[in-house]
Design a protein around this ligand. Structure first.
Ligand code: NOJ
Length: 504
């Protein structure tokens, strides 16, 4: 792969706890992941992004990091992590890991020191009086310690925020980056990348953050072919693009696309906006339909309201599974055809729905608990994957799994879908294989086919047509390479995407 492999890569997101369990304790781990590397190779992805694998009390699924240079024992050991990186590389798969610079865990040594020694508190935000900030998970953003002071946590109380005005924090994270680059990781996904600095009045997108990423970019460049990917949720596109200047991050997640309803005018607007904001800085866009924080696309697209927003997850709002599935297939081919890199969240390639009927006493997400249950949280998209067989744990590993799997998942196991040519899994496999040869980095040229149709061609000559209207539409000339669903008398039906190549 070239120096700029990340510009057009297909990146598969592994939520380790729920991917595959190698030691039979019902929780996914590195042994399970290593055993499934051939599956990922067959799927046709270029890179894996792993959610945090560090030692953690798991108050927020590992986003509460106790030690940035280790591996959570439930997942395995550092030696296994190194072995995994080596094995992935042998298969020509890059490895991207999460880094969490905004906050740590209350179990982190620095925070433990701060609790007992007032003189060691400057690495965090300790104050005599809290302000009125609310935590992103609900409830106050400040928690009081035994001696009366308060510390800031933008997320759960178990996740104290670092003080980035302290140079020691900078040095620590620079060292953490080097630690993992030296062990072969190909990049970092930066959690909550815009929140690091705080002023008296704001914690979002302060200008000081850019100097941090410029420094991180210098470090990444020293190692060559490494990538920095920002988790940047900012409504202001101009502010968002600042993170992607040539000497800062390489790419950032496209949350506008992920939150966009399944409506042609809105999708066209978001795609155009994405392309025009990325062009001036020369950064490739990213196309994301789902991740470990959002409602599974099959469920979302089956509803009458197909938007996504963290506050209004529409949990329990009726969803038509057949419609959701059809649209999710069409959306997958659309996302794969757009210029830039594409993300696939584990289970998306199996068309898994959001699991909405988890027993409340088994929900683990702090978003659920901190909101007093008014927000059902993110457990429903984190249920362990079904690999094979007719009953739970469906080849995942040990039982019970840390979140229960629906009985109905016997129909959607990777094994069942591999044997079905029309399955979601085979659509992803074929789509990603063609994408590898014909799509990825570059530009698009729109074709005019009416207000309900998104149609464009790419440099390779591939044309992608998505029909979001009710009536079937006539296709332009071309040979059909792949379609998300059957055509009707040669016309493209509603909620279907097709890829065409030139006729010769
Ligand atoms: C974003 C992560 O994707 C999410 O899962 C986590 O809860 C928050 N950052 C806090 O780390």
């Amino acid at each position: 792969m070239s120096q700029t492999w990340w510009r057009g890569a297909a990146i598969y997101q592994v939520y380790l706890r729920s991917f595959a369990d190698g030691n039979g304790d019902g929780i996914g781990d590195l042994a399970g992941l290593r055993s499934r590397l051939p599956y990922l190779k067959d799927l046709g992805i270029d890179a894996i992004w792993l959610n945090p694998w560090y030692p953690s009390p798991m108050a927020d699924g590992g986003y509460d990091v106790a030690d940035y240079r280790g591996i959570e024992p439930v997942f395995g050991t550092l030696a296994e992590a190194e072995k995994f990186i080596e094995e992935a590389h042998e298969l020509d798969i890059k490895v991207i890991i999460d880094v969490v610079p905004n906050h740590s865990s209350t179990e982190n040594t620095w925070f433990q020191e701060a609790l007992t020694d007032r003189g060691a508190r400057d690495r965090f935000w300790f104050r005599d009086e809290p302000n009125d900030w609310q935590s992103i998970f609900g409830g106050p953003a400040w928690t009081q310690v035994a001696d009366g002071q308060w510390y800031l946590h933008l997320f759960a109380p178990e996740q104290p925020d670092f003080n980035w005005d302290n140079p020691e924090v900078h040095r620590e994270f620079e060292d953490v980056l080097r630690f993992w680059f030296e062990r072969g990781v190909d990049g970092f996904r930066i959690d909550s990348a815009a929140l690091l600095f705080k002023s008296e009045t704001s914690y979002e997108d302060l200008d000081e953050v850019h100097a941090v990423y410029r420094r991180w970019r210098e470090i990444a460049d020293e190692y060559g072919e490494r990538v920095l990917i920002g988790e940047v949720w900012l409504p202001d596109q101009e502010r968002f693009t600042r993170y992607l200047r040539p000497d800062e991050l390489h790419t950032a997640f496209n949350f506008d696309f992920l939150s966009c309803p399944w409506e042609p005018a809105e999708l066209r607007r978001v795609i155009d906006l994405t392309l025009t904001t990325h062009a001036p800085v020369g950064a490739p866009p990213t196309w994301v339909l789902s991740n470990h924080d959002v409602t599974r696309p099959v469920t979302r697209y089956g509803r009458s309201d197909t938007t996504f927003a963290h506050g209004g997850r529409l949990h329990g709002v009726p969803s038509d599974p057949e419609l959701g599935h059809r649209r999710a297939r069409a959306a997958a081919l659309l996302a794969m055809a757009l210029p830039g890199s594409v993300y696939v969240y584990q289970g998306e390639e199996l068309g898994l729905p959001e699991v909405e009927d988890l027993p409340d006493d088994q929900r683990q997400d702090p978003m659920y608990h901190r909101s007093g249950g008014t927000n059902r949280g993110r457990d429903g998209c984190r249920v362990p994957l079904p690999w094979a067989g007719d009953e739970p744990p469906f080849g995942f590993g040990g039982t019970p799994t840390w979140l229960p799997q629906p009985e109905s998942w016997r129909k959607v196991t990777a094994e069942a879908q591999a044997a079905d040519l029309g399955s979601m899994l085979n659509l992803y496999r074929t789509g990603l294989a063609h994408r590898h040869d014909l799509l990825g980095d570059g530009t698009l040229t729109w074709l005019t086919m009416g207000p309900d149709v998104l149609a464009f061609t790419r440099e390779s000559g591939l044309t992608c047509v998505s029909n979001l209207g009710a009536a079937p539409v006539r296709l332009p000339a071309g040979r059909i390479l792949l379609a998300s669903g059957p055509l009707e008398d040669g016309a493209l039906p509603s909620d279907t995407t097709v890829w065409l190549t030139s006729l010769e």
